[in-house]
Design a protein around this ligand. Structure first.
Ligand SMILES: [Zn+2]
Length: 476
């Protein structure tokens, strides 16, 4: 039998506000444990929450960019459960009346554009964090994150493959980054994702029993976890057994999902409206004001790069996937108008290194200023394109000015004709066979001779002058 997977994703993104959602504590990541706390976010008796308007604004901004409808009336509810990182024993969330509903984003699959529905987007507070001791005999709790503002974005079960899930998340992350709603740093937990997945006979309308997957710390992990879970469910059904509705944890090192809790153990959250917070009533004018602050998004930038700079669609897509990379590119182009040259250095040299080392543009020391300086040095003939690669690598690691690197390492291009002529003479003397081959019509022999001069000058010879000298000497 042929099966089809049905996948829905729940994404939590931390909103980029200065303070927490219901108190004035700093909402910044990190800090010494329990230093960004007050009686409010520690749930001391008698404290009351006050809603952060900026969190609502960022929530609306994200929801609008996700093509959602903003509800004029939404409300906070208490989601009751016990856990040591949640001192109130309830989380303030939105259940019955979320901030926004009925959105979508388009993903570009190999079969074309696919519209993925967004069921709802709502605001809630984050919990603290438990730090378990290595020996497993105690745990510590840090409340710095307690009360940090979150937006939860719930997709419709419109995704059918792990690849589509990956595409959806990549697009969603890009939207949240471009709108500056969240920094989306998965390693700092400001973007987290759970997945629901079930399988059914292909063509069937009826949904199979789903499992929920947790503990996936990268988009790649989510893709792998879904691949594994779909295969696991297939094996269960093929054995004639039934899939059990349960929550499963992804073990990245072992590459498997493991039962966390079954439906019987699932919490009943006993939601009810939070009596400490008035409903959120959003005026149309406010929505329009927020809408006017939405900047150019990735797909718009992509189209502009194709139109304005004449970049190939693929290149424009790669450059605009990440806002930070795209901002970097734009800053270079502002100072060095040959966009294609800038794009080539980013697409070929920079991304190869970043991908190989698993880094992002913000993890390296290269600045747009230094890249532009280096391009100008190539144009002026101060360094060759080949030497530039060495300079580039050094700039990435050290952030140094390219002219400093060239000076320190003695990489200035050798353009002195008299000096090069001496080297060319030596090379010609030592390679008479290649000279004869070239004269007999073997063009490749010429390339070999150029290579020998480059080798003798450790790559520093100006290739244009070397070519000229060699031709003069051989052709006469
Ligand atoms: Zn606080």
């Amino acid at each position: 039998m042929e099966y089809e997977a049905v996948i829905g994703l729940e994404v939590h993104a931390e909103l980029l506000t200065d303070s927490k959602i219901f108190c004035s504590c700093a909402s910044k990541f990190g800090g010494a444990p329990n230093t960004h706390c007050c009686p409010g976010c520690l749930a001391m008796p008698g404290t009351l929450p006050i809603l952060n308007k900026h969190a609502v604004e960022l929530g609306i901004k994200a929801a609008l960019a996700l093509n959602c409808e903003i509800l004029p009336y939404s409300r906070f509810d208490r989601k009751n459960y016990f856990y040591p990182d949640l001192p109130k024993a309830y989380q303030i969330s939105q259940n019955d009346f979320p901030l926004a509903v009925n959105g979508y984003i388009n993903i570009e699959t190999e079969q074309g554009i696919k519209k993925i529905g967004i069921k709802r987007a709502h605001l809630e507070e984050d919990a603290g964090k438990l730090i378990h001791s290595e020996h497993g005999d105690y745990s510590l709790v840090d409340f710095n994150r307690s009360g940090a503002p979150l937006i939860e974005i719930v997709s419709e079960p419109d995704l059918n493959t792990p690849r589509e899930a990956w595409l959806y998340l990549t697009k969603l992350k890009s939207i949240l980054e471009y709108t500056e709603v969240s920094d989306c740093k998965m390693q700092e937990g400001s973007l987290r994702c759970d997945a629901n997945v079930s399988i059914r006979a292909k063509g069937s309308e009826k949904l199979g029993t789903k499992t929920e997957l947790k503990n996936m710390n990268s988009f790649r992990a989510i893709e792998r976890a879904l691949e594994y879970e779909i295969e696991r469910q297939k094996r269960v059904l093929e054995k004639g057994e039934e899939v059990i509705q349960e929550t499963r944890r992804w073990d990245d090192a072992r590459g498997i999902t493991i039962t966390m809790r079954t439906k019987e153990e699932a919490a009943d959250y006993r939601y009810f409206p939070d009596p400490d917070l008035p409903p959120i009533v959003i005026e149309k004018d406010f929505i329009e004001e927020v809408r006017s602050k939405i900047p150019e998004l990735s797909h718009e930038r992509k189209e502009r790069y194709i139109r304005e700079f004449g970049l190939p669609e693929y290149d424009a897509g790669v450059l605009t996937d990440s806002k930070k990379l795209s901002d970097f590119f734009e800053e270079c182009v502002n100072k060095y108008p040959d966009a294609k040259k800038v794009s080539n250095w980013i697409m070929v040299e920079l991304l190869a290194i970043l991908n190989a080392e698993g880094k992002e543009i913000e993890d390296i020391s290269l600045t747009p200023d230094n890249l532009v300086k280096m391009l100008n040095m190539i144009d002026k003939g101060t360094i060759s394109g080949k030497i530039a690669k060495t300079v580039f690598r050094e700039m990435l690691d050290t952030g140094k000015d390219p002219s400093k690197i060239v000076e320190e390492k003695g990489l200035v291009q050798l353009s002195d004709e008299d000096e090069l002529e001496k080297i060319v003479d030596i090379v010609l003397n030592e390679n008479q066979q290649s000279v004869d081959d070239y004269k007999n019509g073997k063009d490749r022999a010429f390339g070999f001779l150029v290579g020998q001069v480059m080798k003798a000058t450790r790559g520093k010879a100006n290739p244009k002058i070397v070519n000229k000298l060699l031709r003069e000497k051989i052709d006469g």
